[in-house]
Design a protein around this ligand. Structure first.
Ligand SMILES: Nc1ncnc2c1ncn2[C@@H]1O[C@H](COP(=O)(O)OP(=O)(O)O)[C@@H](O)[C@H]1O
Ligand SMILES: [Mg+2]
Length: 254
Protein backbone atom coordinates (compact mmCIF):
# COMPACT_ATOMS: atom_id res chain seq x y z
CA UNK A 1 0.00 0.00 0.00
CA UNK A 2 1.11 3.56 -0.70
CA UNK A 3 -1.45 5.78 1.01
CA UNK A 4 -2.61 4.86 4.49
CA UNK A 5 -4.90 7.81 5.19
CA UNK A 6 -6.21 11.10 3.83
CA UNK A 7 -6.99 14.08 6.01
CA UNK A 8 -7.47 17.83 5.91
CA UNK A 9 -4.67 19.42 7.96
CA UNK A 10 -5.95 21.68 10.74
CA UNK A 11 -9.36 22.34 9.18
CA UNK A 12 -10.52 24.41 12.15
CA UNK A 13 -7.87 27.11 11.94
CA UNK A 14 -8.98 30.74 11.61
CA UNK A 15 -9.13 32.46 8.28
CA UNK A 16 -7.22 29.74 6.49
CA UNK A 17 -9.71 27.19 7.77
CA UNK A 18 -12.20 25.46 5.58
CA UNK A 19 -15.66 26.84 4.88
CA UNK A 20 -18.11 24.26 6.16
CA UNK A 21 -21.05 26.10 4.66
CA UNK A 22 -19.69 25.73 1.16
CA UNK A 23 -19.16 22.86 -1.25
CA UNK A 24 -17.52 20.36 -0.90
CA UNK A 25 -17.69 20.43 2.93
CA UNK A 26 -21.48 20.39 2.73
CA UNK A 27 -21.17 16.77 1.53
CA UNK A 28 -21.45 14.63 4.70
CA UNK A 29 -18.64 12.23 3.67
CA UNK A 30 -16.30 15.13 2.92
CA UNK A 31 -17.20 16.82 6.22
CA UNK A 32 -16.31 13.57 7.98
CA UNK A 33 -12.96 13.40 6.19
CA UNK A 34 -12.28 16.95 7.44
CA UNK A 35 -13.21 15.92 10.99
CA UNK A 36 -11.61 12.51 11.26
CA UNK A 37 -9.73 11.69 8.09
CA UNK A 38 -10.24 8.46 6.18
CA UNK A 39 -8.01 5.43 6.63
CA UNK A 40 -7.16 2.98 3.89
CA UNK A 41 -6.85 -0.45 5.38
CA UNK A 42 -6.55 -2.77 2.41
CA UNK A 43 -4.85 -2.66 -0.98
CA UNK A 44 -8.30 -2.48 -2.62
CA UNK A 45 -10.89 0.00 -1.30
CA UNK A 46 -14.33 0.58 -2.78
CA UNK A 47 -16.25 3.81 -2.29
CA UNK A 48 -19.92 2.97 -2.59
CA UNK A 49 -22.93 5.29 -2.33
CA UNK A 50 -25.83 6.98 -4.09
CA UNK A 51 -25.33 9.51 -6.88
CA UNK A 52 -24.22 12.78 -5.37
CA UNK A 53 -22.79 11.22 -2.21
CA UNK A 54 -19.30 12.54 -2.97
CA UNK A 55 -17.44 9.54 -4.45
CA UNK A 56 -16.08 11.41 -7.49
CA UNK A 57 -15.27 14.48 -5.40
CA UNK A 58 -13.09 12.33 -3.13
CA UNK A 59 -11.43 10.27 -5.88
CA UNK A 60 -10.69 13.36 -8.01
CA UNK A 61 -9.26 15.23 -5.04
CA UNK A 62 -6.95 12.30 -4.33
CA UNK A 63 -5.81 12.31 -7.97
CA UNK A 64 -5.10 16.04 -7.73
CA UNK A 65 -3.30 15.71 -4.41
CA UNK A 66 -1.12 12.97 -5.96
CA UNK A 67 -0.50 15.10 -9.08
CA UNK A 68 -2.34 12.79 -11.42
CA UNK A 69 -4.28 14.55 -14.15
CA UNK A 70 -7.88 14.71 -12.83
CA UNK A 71 -9.15 14.42 -16.41
CA UNK A 72 -7.78 10.89 -16.29
CA UNK A 73 -4.41 9.42 -17.14
CA UNK A 74 -0.96 8.83 -15.81
CA UNK A 75 0.97 10.91 -13.36
CA UNK A 76 3.95 11.02 -15.71
CA UNK A 77 2.24 12.90 -18.54
CA UNK A 78 1.05 15.48 -16.13
CA UNK A 79 2.94 18.75 -15.65
CA UNK A 80 2.92 19.92 -12.10
CA UNK A 81 -0.37 21.72 -11.68
CA UNK A 82 -0.86 25.20 -10.42
CA UNK A 83 -2.62 24.86 -7.03
CA UNK A 84 -5.24 27.29 -8.38
CA UNK A 85 -6.28 24.68 -10.96
CA UNK A 86 -7.20 22.15 -8.32
CA UNK A 87 -10.57 21.55 -6.77
CA UNK A 88 -11.10 22.81 -3.21
CA UNK A 89 -10.70 19.35 -1.73
CA UNK A 90 -7.76 18.54 -4.04
CA UNK A 91 -5.99 21.58 -2.60
CA UNK A 92 -7.01 20.90 1.00
CA UNK A 93 -6.41 17.19 1.52
CA UNK A 94 -3.16 15.57 2.37
CA UNK A 95 -2.29 12.00 1.49
CA UNK A 96 -0.40 10.26 4.29
CA UNK A 97 2.01 7.84 2.67
CA UNK A 98 3.11 4.47 3.98
CA UNK A 99 6.89 3.91 4.09
CA UNK A 100 6.64 2.45 0.58
CA UNK A 101 4.48 5.38 -0.51
CA UNK A 102 7.12 7.85 0.68
CA UNK A 103 9.69 5.99 -1.43
CA UNK A 104 7.41 6.19 -4.46
CA UNK A 105 6.69 9.89 -3.92
CA UNK A 106 10.42 10.67 -3.91
CA UNK A 107 11.04 8.83 -7.17
CA UNK A 108 9.57 10.24 -10.38
CA UNK A 109 9.62 6.94 -12.16
CA UNK A 110 7.88 5.10 -9.36
CA UNK A 111 5.41 7.91 -8.78
CA UNK A 112 4.43 7.85 -12.42
CA UNK A 113 2.98 4.41 -11.86
CA UNK A 114 -0.30 6.00 -10.96
CA UNK A 115 -3.46 6.38 -12.89
CA UNK A 116 -6.85 7.98 -12.68
CA UNK A 117 -9.48 6.29 -14.78
CA UNK A 118 -12.80 8.04 -14.96
CA UNK A 119 -15.71 6.53 -16.77
CA UNK A 120 -16.63 9.63 -18.78
CA UNK A 121 -13.21 10.20 -20.28
CA UNK A 122 -11.86 6.68 -20.62
CA UNK A 123 -13.06 6.27 -24.17
CA UNK A 124 -11.67 9.62 -25.35
CA UNK A 125 -8.44 8.68 -23.72
CA UNK A 126 -8.32 5.32 -25.50
CA UNK A 127 -8.87 7.16 -28.80
CA UNK A 128 -6.18 9.69 -28.03
CA UNK A 129 -3.59 7.04 -27.23
CA UNK A 130 -4.57 4.86 -30.17
CA UNK A 131 -4.48 7.63 -32.78
CA UNK A 132 -1.38 9.24 -31.41
CA UNK A 133 1.91 9.01 -33.35
CA UNK A 134 3.78 9.57 -30.16
CA UNK A 135 4.89 6.43 -28.43
CA UNK A 136 4.07 6.96 -24.81
CA UNK A 137 6.08 4.56 -22.71
CA UNK A 138 3.89 2.43 -20.55
CA UNK A 139 0.86 2.60 -22.83
CA UNK A 140 -0.31 -0.25 -24.99
CA UNK A 141 0.46 0.12 -28.68
CA UNK A 142 -2.17 -1.82 -30.57
CA UNK A 143 -5.12 0.09 -31.92
CA UNK A 144 -7.79 -0.21 -29.32
CA UNK A 145 -10.40 1.65 -31.32
CA UNK A 146 -11.06 -1.38 -33.47
CA UNK A 147 -12.12 -3.32 -30.41
CA UNK A 148 -15.35 -2.81 -28.59
CA UNK A 149 -15.48 -0.24 -25.82
CA UNK A 150 -15.59 -2.98 -23.19
CA UNK A 151 -12.64 -4.89 -24.65
CA UNK A 152 -10.57 -1.73 -25.01
CA UNK A 153 -11.35 -0.89 -21.45
CA UNK A 154 -10.29 -4.30 -20.16
CA UNK A 155 -7.04 -3.98 -22.10
CA UNK A 156 -6.41 -0.59 -20.50
CA UNK A 157 -7.08 -1.98 -17.08
CA UNK A 158 -4.95 -5.07 -17.55
CA UNK A 159 -2.04 -2.95 -18.79
CA UNK A 160 -2.12 -0.26 -16.17
CA UNK A 161 -2.84 -2.42 -13.16
CA UNK A 162 0.06 -4.70 -14.09
CA UNK A 163 2.58 -2.84 -11.98
CA UNK A 164 2.53 -1.57 -8.39
CA UNK A 165 1.25 1.99 -8.07
CA UNK A 166 -1.71 4.10 -6.95
CA UNK A 167 -4.79 3.58 -9.07
CA UNK A 168 -7.90 5.69 -8.72
CA UNK A 169 -10.90 4.39 -10.61
CA UNK A 170 -14.26 6.13 -10.93
CA UNK A 171 -17.07 3.75 -11.83
CA UNK A 172 -14.90 1.57 -14.06
CA UNK A 173 -17.80 -0.87 -14.50
CA UNK A 174 -19.78 1.41 -16.80
CA UNK A 175 -18.41 -0.13 -20.02
CA UNK A 176 -18.38 -3.68 -18.74
CA UNK A 177 -20.67 -6.66 -19.05
CA UNK A 178 -21.34 -8.92 -16.09
CA UNK A 179 -18.65 -11.36 -17.27
CA UNK A 180 -16.13 -8.52 -17.73
CA UNK A 181 -16.95 -7.26 -14.24
CA UNK A 182 -16.09 -10.70 -12.91
CA UNK A 183 -12.79 -10.59 -14.80
CA UNK A 184 -12.16 -7.20 -13.32
CA UNK A 185 -12.64 -8.57 -9.82
CA UNK A 186 -9.81 -10.97 -10.64
CA UNK A 187 -7.66 -8.11 -11.98
CA UNK A 188 -8.23 -5.89 -8.95
CA UNK A 189 -7.62 -8.73 -6.55
CA UNK A 190 -4.37 -9.79 -8.26
CA UNK A 191 -3.18 -6.18 -8.60
CA UNK A 192 -3.78 -5.62 -4.87
CA UNK A 193 -1.75 -8.70 -4.07
CA UNK A 194 1.05 -7.64 -6.41
CA UNK A 195 1.55 -4.29 -4.63
CA UNK A 196 -0.93 -1.94 -6.30
CA UNK A 197 -3.27 0.20 -4.24
CA UNK A 198 -6.67 0.73 -5.77
CA UNK A 199 -9.34 3.15 -4.66
CA UNK A 200 -12.43 2.62 -6.72
CA UNK A 201 -15.78 4.42 -6.73
CA UNK A 202 -18.44 1.99 -7.84
CA UNK A 203 -22.13 1.16 -8.04
CA UNK A 204 -21.34 -2.43 -8.92
CA UNK A 205 -22.19 -5.08 -6.32
CA UNK A 206 -19.99 -7.42 -8.36
CA UNK A 207 -16.85 -5.29 -8.05
CA UNK A 208 -17.58 -4.53 -4.39
CA UNK A 209 -17.53 -8.28 -3.73
CA UNK A 210 -13.77 -8.45 -4.50
CA UNK A 211 -12.34 -10.75 -1.81
CA UNK A 212 -10.30 -8.99 0.84
CA UNK A 213 -11.37 -5.48 -0.21
CA UNK A 214 -12.41 -2.74 2.19
CA UNK A 215 -15.83 -1.26 1.53
CA UNK A 216 -16.46 2.36 2.47
CA UNK A 217 -20.07 3.48 2.09
CA UNK A 218 -20.62 7.24 1.76
CA UNK A 219 -23.98 8.94 2.13
CA UNK A 220 -26.15 11.17 4.28
CA UNK A 221 -24.71 9.44 7.35
CA UNK A 222 -21.16 10.37 6.34
CA UNK A 223 -18.82 7.39 6.14
CA UNK A 224 -19.36 3.82 7.33
CA UNK A 225 -17.89 0.40 6.66
CA UNK A 226 -20.64 -2.15 6.21
CA UNK A 227 -20.10 -5.75 5.21
CA UNK A 228 -20.84 -6.44 1.52
CA UNK A 229 -24.28 -7.92 2.19
CA UNK A 230 -25.23 -4.93 4.34
CA UNK A 231 -24.67 -2.50 1.47
CA UNK A 232 -27.77 -0.66 0.28
CA UNK A 233 -26.90 -1.31 -3.35
CA UNK A 234 -26.64 -5.06 -2.72
CA UNK A 235 -29.96 -5.10 -0.91
CA UNK A 236 -31.65 -3.21 -3.77
CA UNK A 237 -30.25 -5.52 -6.44
CA UNK A 238 -31.23 -8.66 -4.55
CA UNK A 239 -34.79 -7.44 -4.08
CA UNK A 240 -35.10 -6.07 -7.59
CA UNK A 241 -33.90 -9.26 -9.24
CA UNK A 242 -36.18 -11.39 -7.06
CA UNK A 243 -39.33 -9.40 -7.95
CA UNK A 244 -38.71 -6.50 -10.42
CA UNK A 245 -42.37 -5.54 -10.33
CA UNK A 246 -42.17 -4.48 -6.70
CA UNK A 247 -39.88 -1.63 -7.79
CA UNK A 248 -41.36 -0.97 -11.21
CA UNK A 249 -44.95 -0.53 -10.15
CA UNK A 250 -43.88 2.65 -8.40
CA UNK A 251 -42.20 3.87 -11.57
CA UNK A 252 -44.55 3.05 -14.42
CA UNK A 253 -48.31 2.84 -14.58
CA UNK A 254 -49.32 -0.73 -15.34
N1 LIG B 1 -17.52 21.80 -8.86
C1 LIG B 1 -18.62 21.61 -8.10
N2 LIG B 1 -19.19 22.66 -7.45
C2 LIG B 1 -20.26 22.51 -6.67
N3 LIG B 1 -20.88 21.32 -6.46
C3 LIG B 1 -20.37 20.24 -7.08
C4 LIG B 1 -19.22 20.33 -7.94
N4 LIG B 1 -18.95 19.09 -8.40
C5 LIG B 1 -19.88 18.27 -7.87
N5 LIG B 1 -20.75 18.96 -7.08
C6 LIG B 1 -21.84 18.39 -6.27
O1 LIG B 1 -21.26 17.62 -5.22
C7 LIG B 1 -22.07 16.49 -4.91
C8 LIG B 1 -21.25 15.22 -4.98
O2 LIG B 1 -20.92 14.97 -6.32
P1 LIG B 1 -20.04 13.72 -6.78
O3 LIG B 1 -18.79 13.69 -5.96
O4 LIG B 1 -19.90 13.81 -8.25
O5 LIG B 1 -20.97 12.51 -6.34
P2 LIG B 1 -20.91 10.97 -6.79
O6 LIG B 1 -19.65 10.75 -7.56
O7 LIG B 1 -20.97 10.20 -5.50
O8 LIG B 1 -22.14 10.73 -7.62
C9 LIG B 1 -23.24 16.53 -5.90
O9 LIG B 1 -24.35 17.11 -5.26
C10 LIG B 1 -22.72 17.42 -7.02
O10 LIG B 1 -23.78 18.07 -7.67
MG1 LIG C 1 -19.35 10.10 -9.49
Amino acid sequence: MLVRRIHVPEPWQGEDGIDREAWPYTIPAVAEIADKGLEFRRPVTFLVGENGSGKSTIVEAMAEAYDIDPRGGRGRIQRRRDPGDKSVLGRDIELEPTALGAKYAANRKLKSRSYFLRAETAFDFIEFISSSDIIIPGYWQDDLRVRSHGEGYMTVLRTILGEPGLYLLDEPESALSFASCLQMVGLLHDAGRAGAQIICATHSPVLAATPGADIVEVGEHGIRRPAWDELEVVDHWKRFLAVPDKYLRHIVDA
